[in-house]
Design a protein around this ligand. Structure first.
Ligand SMILES: Cc1cc2nc3c(=O)[nH]c(=O)nc-3n(C[C@H](O)[C@H](O)[C@H](O)COP(=O)(O)O)c2cc1C
Length: 334
């Protein structure tokens, strides 16, 4: 049976089940648009502050720029109280998001200190209050993104999910690690399977997905409805196409990528980023993406150390041109 399926939410049909995660510092309009080109069915913005949106912060609104090929967009909020969440939701109305997601998993100290992100796992009733407040303001489907719990002594994803659903959430994403684990240990497929058995809304799995095969294993092992790539998509948007092919059962293994395809894609990404942010900022921000796209290429360390100095699009173009000449186009990425 094909693992590829659409996700039907009240008020929104997502055409497939392969998502890009909210990734602070990465999932901006340029990267999301590249991921859509390669077959992502839905992309999440990075988390934005409900407090800042409620205050009308322009900087925060800039984070919500939408790419022309983004028919559907999920905006992720972090919020600590229902009132600012409600006012933030009102500010989102003109942006017409397909979905609004509440971050209940971020473990960054600054976010936790504000009472948002994974801090909400300590008081799941608050998740319900925040979702209810947003729902009263905006008629857009709502979802939450959870971790398994605060720590190993307080695993409560089932209760947190139920609170969210009671408030009106229509989809749950689970990154099945505790806040205390951060990114250590392994994402628990058992928690994901348990959640899928316990709720009737679609469940999306996040965590340790670094290949199309990982995604298929997650679906087959847990029965979850969809998958969400985060670190596995950084520098590797090709993973969406590979997963789509695998989910449809069209090919047992994706083809290895040519270096040329990686480098063409990083340049396309840079041009898009420049359209959204201007050349100067795009070139600066592109360095981390560039490192990720070129990881594993022959002689890539030297190549990347040169990219640190790139200030203009033409610098990146020259770098790539010389690299390809040096490698005589015979390189293959495996
Ligand atoms: C650099 C970075 C930034 C992240 N930013 C967010 C975020 O803004 N909101 C969120 O819910 N999760 C965020 N996450 C968590 C991811 O969405 C994802 O759940 C987690 O990385 C597990 O998936 P992975 O193992 O495939 O990376 C972030 C993760 C990383 C590595």
């Amino acid at each position: 049976m094909s693992a590829k399926r659409q996700i039907n939410l009240p008020g929104c049909i997502i055409p497939g089940n392969i998502f890009l995660a909210p990734i602070a510092g990465y999932s901006d309009a340029a990267f999301r648009s590249i991921c859509h080109d390669f077959g992502a069915d839905l992309c999440f913005t990075e988390m934005v502050s409900a407090e800042a949106l409620a205050r009308g912060s322009c900087k925060t609104k800039e984070l919500l720029t939408r790419a022309p090929n983004e028919k559907l967009l999920c905006i992720q909020l972090f919020a600590a109280n229902p009132n600012s969440a409600r006012r933030a939701a009102a500010a989102l109305i003109p942006l017409k998001p397909a979905l609004i997601d509440l971050n209940c998993g971020c473990s960054v100290p600054k976010i936790l200190k504000s009472g948002s992100g994974a801090a909400l796992l300590k008081e799941p009733e608050k998740i319900k209050e925040i979702i209810t407040a947003i729902r009263q303001e905006i008629a857009v489907p709502l979802s939450v993104k959870l971790r398994s719990g605060w720590d190993s002594t307080s695993i409560n994803y089932l209760r947190s999910a139920q609170m969210a659903i009671d408030g009106g959430a229509v989809m749950i994403t689970l990154h099945p690690r505790t806040k205390s684990q951060g990114f250590t240990g392994k994402a628990s497929l058992e928690h994901l399977a348990e959640l899928k058995k316990s709720v009737t809304v679609p469940v999306i799995g996040s965590g340790d997905l670094h290949s199309a095969e990982d995604a298929l294993t997650m679906i087959e092992t847990t029965g979850c409805d969809g998958v969400m790539f985060a670190r596995g998509a950084i520098g590797n948007p090709f993973i969406f196409k590979q997963t789509s092919i695998l989910f449809k059962g069209e090919a047992p293994r994706p083809e290895p990528l040519q270096a040329r395809q990686r480098l063409d894609t990083v340049m396309l990404h840079l041009h898009r980023a420049a359209e959204f942010k201007g050349e100067k900022i795009a070139c600066r921000e592109m360095r981390k993406h560039f490192c990720a796209y070129t990881r594993g290429l022959p002689a890539s360390a030297q190549f990347r150390s040169r990219a640190v100095h790139a200030k203009h699009i033409s610098d990146y173009e020259k770098l790539i041109k010389y690299y390809l000449l040096e490698e005589k186009l015979h390189i293959k990425y495996t």
